[in-house]
Design a binder for this molecule. Sequence first.
Ligand SMILES: C[S@@+](CC[C@H](N)C(=O)[O-])C[C@H]1O[C@@H](n2cnc3c(N)ncnc32)[C@H](O)[C@@H]1O
Length: 187
Amino acid sequence: MSQADRERWNGRYREQAGASEPSRFLQSLADRLPSGGRALDVAGGPGHDSLWLARRGLEVTLVDVSDVALERAAAVAREAGLPLRCERVDLETEPLPSGPHALVLCLNFLWRPLFAAFPRVLAPGGLLVFAQPTRSNLQRNPHPSARFLLEDGELPGLLRGLEVVSYTEGWTEEGRHEARLVATLRP
Ligand SMILES: C[S@@+](CC[C@H](N)C(=O)[O-])C[C@H]1O[C@@H](n2cnc3c(N)ncnc32)[C@H](O)[C@@H]1O
């Protein structure tokens, strides 16, 4: 990723005031998520999902390329007395933090080579939770643009070394056409 791209994300987060809600998809999985152990939030932005997981007792590492997002997440965590590890990582050129993680979360970020890396950072029995809009999303939403979208039906074919627990693709209650996957590393 170029410095210009990093600055674009930083600028976007500087303009966005206030905290975002944790993902409804993630919250819908509450009963299936581990209640302890390590979790990795991949490209987790300002940490709304990381902080929700930390409140549930997970030891979360948040990685993102935006310093502004990471600083914001770290400040909220400090204020709330929550442990949160924040690491600036360019996921296009640098490796994921090593595991093992009981949970790896990757929402609204698509870098296809990561699918080969997910099994290496998951603990046996650990979960990958992934969601990303697909090309059909453009029928109702101009963003994200096509280069950030999955093809319809593409997601299961990207998975490497993991077993699908659940997979859906369609219009969400938030009005996005999204592919959603939960997968596990067989013990
Ligand atoms: C659409 S946001 C998603 C944030 C969060 N996961 C969510 O669902 O709200 C995409 C995130 O990816 C981060 N990002 C973009 N390119 C990246 C890269 N090469 N390495 C790490 N993070 C990156 C951005 O800074 C941004 O926080």
